[in-house]
Design a protein around this ligand. Structure first.
Ligand code: MG
Length: 393
């Protein structure tokens, strides 16, 4: 059985809030509530160590956010950190074998980090998270003069939660109490007894909030972390655009968006020259970053001679499927002076949707003339435009 002990018994007055810093609010939650939430479902129980005079305030804060049920026991801390941890240890149920000790002023601890510590405890009696030191560290004497520079490669900054096998930690605390030794973290007490303490990589975000400036930084950091999470959960949406033109000639059928249209001329091309379906395919391939029709279905290839473009559309959909894309919507515009396309629009829309195996509500087909201007207006050819959105599943 594993328990967490969360420490909120410091005075935390350096934050200048006139109250314990763990009660400072970060996005509608107290700092200590954020820490409690991180431990939820990661441990079998939680003990909260607080100052007696904060009792009412902390309990009210936990009740407000419905977190009181996550705490198995609230105990009052002592005058030092070490005294406070000791009170937490004394409150642990007999069956607890492992314990994680965490500073309540580190609200950004992640479940991943807690998981790494727990994993480490399978192999070691003590495991602590560390991060490299980025500043150069110097020893300075009482006159403010540099004595020496300490090689940075050998230094690591230590965070919490620190994890231990309970029997070892209790013994270390008893020894320290016996000898009147005080330390600023729990691992130090094991080190004194010659017990090896292992490390795992901590997290730069897992900062301890001490001053008002820390709290201001934390607000920015919180926003950033939240943004990162939202970004990771956001589906990938991609836009594509397609354009195609074919020449109108005598003696060819006119196929537009998979539908045979009655007209005295048809479009010239290697395949059935379905300009609408081609623009759609180019938009789809473009959105998926898969090149264009020509690169997948060469107009030099015999197998595509006079082929129905609907078969190529089907293959295009298979390519998208393979990449994890689904169609959010597509909008095709046919540009032709003649014939009148309005009677065919509904059938075009349904044919494309059927071929693509999507709902007809996701496909729009529309047609326009160019007021007899340009090659379409003069009846030399028909063009088509398409835009589409894809969503990555
Ligand atoms: Mg074409």
């Amino acid at each position: 059985m594993t328990y967490g002990i969360i420490l909120g018994a410091g005075s935390g007055l350096r934050m200048g809030l006139g109250k314990n810093k763990v009660l400072a609010t970060l996005r509608g939650q107290t700092i200590i509530s954020h820490a409690i939430l991180a431990f939820d479902k990661m441990v079998d129980g939680l003990i909260l160590v607080i100052k007696k005079e904060d009792d009412a305030l902390i309990k009210a804060a936990l009740e407000k956010t419905g977190l009181q049920s996550k705490i198995n026991k609230v105990v009052y801390g002592g005058s030092t950190r070490q005294q406070s941890v000791l009170q937490g240890l004394l409150a642990l149920p007999e069956e607890v074998e492992r314990v994680l000790i965490h500073d309540g002023a580190r609200p950004f601890v992640s479940k991943e980090l807690i998981g790494r510590i727990l994993c480490g405890l399978d192999q070691h009696q003590g495991v602590i998270p560390v991060v490299p030191v980025s500043d150069t560290i110097k020893e300075v004497n009482s006159f403010g003069q540099v004595v020496k520079t300490i090689p940075r490669e050998e230094l690591m900054a230590v965070q919490t939660p620190q994890g231990f096998h309970k029997d070892v930690l209790v013994r270390a605390y008893q020894e320290a109490a016996h000898q009147g030794f005080e330390a600023t973290d729990d691992a130090s007490l094991l080190e004194r007894l010659g017990i090896a303490v292992s490390t795992v990589m901590g997290e730069m975000e897992n900062v301890k909030l001490t001053t008002k400036t820390d709290l201001d930084f934390a607000k920015v950091l919180y926003q950033k972390l939240k943004g990162k999470k939202a970004e990771a959960e956001m589906p990938i949406i991609r836009i594509g655009q397609g354009y195609d033109v074919h020449r109108l000639v005598e003696g060819r059928p006119l196929i537009l968006c998979g539908v045979k249209v009655i007209h005295e001329k048809g479009l010239l091309g290697h395949s059935d020259a379905d300009v609408g379906t081609h623009a759609l395919m180019d938009a789809l391939l473009g959105a998926a970053g898969l090149g264009d029709i020509g690169s997948h279905f060469s107009d030099q290839s015999e197998q595509y001679k006079n082929i129905s473009s609907l078969l190529l559309l089907e293959q295009t959909m298979a390519l998208l499927e393979k990449e994890g894309y689904s169609v959010q919507n597509a909008d095709v515009t046919l540009v032709a002076q003649a014939p009148k396309l309005k009677p065919y629009i509904l059938e075009m829309k349904e044919t494309l949707a059927y071929t693509m195996n999507i709902s007809p509500t996701l496909i729009n087909v529309k047609a326009t003339t160019t007021e007899k201007l340009g090659f379409e207006g003069e009846g030399q050819g028909i063009s088509a435009h398409c835009v589409c959105l894809l969503r990555r599943k």
